[in-house]
Structures are given as C-alpha cells and as structure tokens.
Design a protein around this ligand. Structure first.
Ligand code: ATP
Length: 251
C-alpha cells in the first residue's frame, strides 16, 4: 500500500522549473531512495513534503491525508519526520535534554523552554528519552554537551530526536554526507536496525554504497522530473540514468 502518493507536483522558482510533474509512490515499510545529479530538484521535493515549500500545483497524500497547505509542525505531528543534511540539534544542551524536548513535544503537542520545571518531575518523559538514547547507542554520553559530539554521533542524536516522536515516515536528506567510511557504515547499520519498527524511509543520497545497501526502490530525478524508477539493480544499468549522470558516467 502506498503511504506516500505524489501526483503531478510542480514548483517553479521564477522561470526555473525546479519540479516538473513529479510522480512518486512510496510503499509502507519500504526504504525508498531518491537519487539524481546536483540541481535535480531532490531537496526542493523534500521541502515540499515537509511544508517548508508549497508546490505550485499537484497533490501530496500521506496516509490518506493531503499534506498541501498544512504547516510543517502539523505535518510532523501527522507522522512525518525529517533528518537534515546538517544535524539540527541543540548544541549547548546535553544529549538527554536534546531528546527530552521532542519526547515532550510528541506527547504534549509543543515544547516551550518554560516547561523545563515540569520536565524535571516528569518520569515518563525522562524514561522514554533515556530508552531512546540506549536504543541508538548513546546512553553513555547522556550528559555530554551535544555540540562536542563527532559528526556521526550528532547524526545519531538527531535520529534519536526524530525516532522518539514515533514517525510513520522518516525523510533523510543525505544522512551520510561528510562522514568517514566507518561512520557511513555505522549509519547504514543503524538505519537497517530501525527498519523493523515499521518506519517507512525516504532517503536522498549521493553515495551509491548507501543506496545499494539500504534501498528497496530507487527513483532517479533529473531536471525536476522522475526519469526512472526501479530496484537498485534495475536502475544501475538504465541508460537514461547513466545519461543523467553527466553523459554516460557509470554509477
Ligand atoms: N529557493 C530557491 N530559489 C531559487 N532557485 C532555487 C531555490 N531552491 C532551489 N533552487 C534551484 O532549483 C533547482 C533544484 O535545486 P535542489 O536544491 O532542489 O536540487 P538537488 O537535487 O537537491 O541538488 P543537490 O544534490 O545539489 O542538493 C536548482 O537549479 C536550484 O538552483
């Protein structure tokens, strides 16, 4: 069943067609990668899914509900969570506090810093946040200040902050960008390990090692349009895809 259905989505920036009749179906529980050369429209597309941009026309349906015209935090509450290219964490706070904030927001619909006093006495929220840090392998650093973490651990922390909200759909924008090979492989294993939680994942990724390790299905974008779709093996030899990646360079 399609948890995310995108129909004929268009987005122009002035005279530039950043998205041109984009169609996409993401199956529930799958890992769906979106690849394509620089400037293909991948980030624009992701921004349209989370409400940071509004398409000029088209339909975006998630879990049977239209996402168009809905504010980013409402889309988040509907079960769509996004991990950014640059980890969005509270650099001056400890890891546990970083996870407490979204845990609290997921339960109560919002978090304001004046809520700290209540959080202090809120065992349920603290326990949930601690379990999340355990799950993600960061519990030993619970009191470390987040800004001092390695890039890989910051990414891990951001993932924890998303997962604690129990998303149905997780959008990952180049989850391994700028990582060492070792951190990339750790992230692949981490993303595989959260596959069993019934979370559908859409991944934008340039690193084909990541795509081939994780994806069930791949959509290839070029010049704002989905030009090919299939299994990782299927799209590998597709001449349209080779062409899109700079005139026939091999994937
Ligand atoms: N806010 C904006 N205003 C004007 N043009 C934009 C804006 N955002 C993106 N674009 C243009 O839209 C096109 C698609 O950009 P987008 O960032 O979505 O591509 P991308 O596939 O994510 O690229 P990359 O892989 O390099 O991140 C590009 O030509 C880009 O310059």
């Amino acid at each position: 069943m399609g948890i995310l259905e995108v129909r004929d989505v268009n987005k122009n920036f002035g005279g530039l067609k950043a998205l041109n009749k984009v169609e996409l179906d993401v199956e529930e529980g799958s890992v769906h990668a979106i690849i394509g050369p620089n400037g293909a429209g991948k980030s624009t597309f992701l921004n349209c899914l989370v409400g940071l941009l509004v398409p000029d026309s088209g339909e975006v349906n998630f879990n049977g509900q239209s996402l168009l015209g809905i504010k980013p935090h409402e889309i988040n509450q509907a079960g769509v969570s996004r991990v950014f290219q640059t980890p969005e964490i509270f650099a001056d706070l400890s890891l546990i506090d970083n996870v407490i904030i979204p845990t609290f927001a997921a339960r109560d619909g919002a978090f304001s810093f004046s809520a700290w006093k209540r959080v202090d006495n809120d065992k349920e929220v603290r326990d949930k946040a601690e379990h999340m840090l355990e799950d993600i392998g960061l519990i030993e650093k619970r009191d470390v200040i987040a800004g001092s973490l390695s890039r890989g651990d910051k990414r891990r922390l951001e993932l924890a902050m998303c997962l604690v909200q129990k998303p149905k759909l997780l959008l990952l924008d180049e989850p391994t960008a700028g990582m060492s090979r070792a951190d990339t492989n750790n992230t692949i294993e981490l993303l595989k390990s959260i596959g069993g939680r019934g979370i559908t994942k859409v991944i934008i990724e340039h690193d084909m090692h990541v795509v081939f390790s994780l994806a069930d299905k791949v959509s290839v974008m070029a010049q704002g349009t989905v030009i090919a779709e299939g299994t990782p093996e299927g799209i590998k030899g597709d001449p349209r895809v080779q062409e899109a990646y700079l005139g026939g360079a091999h994937l």
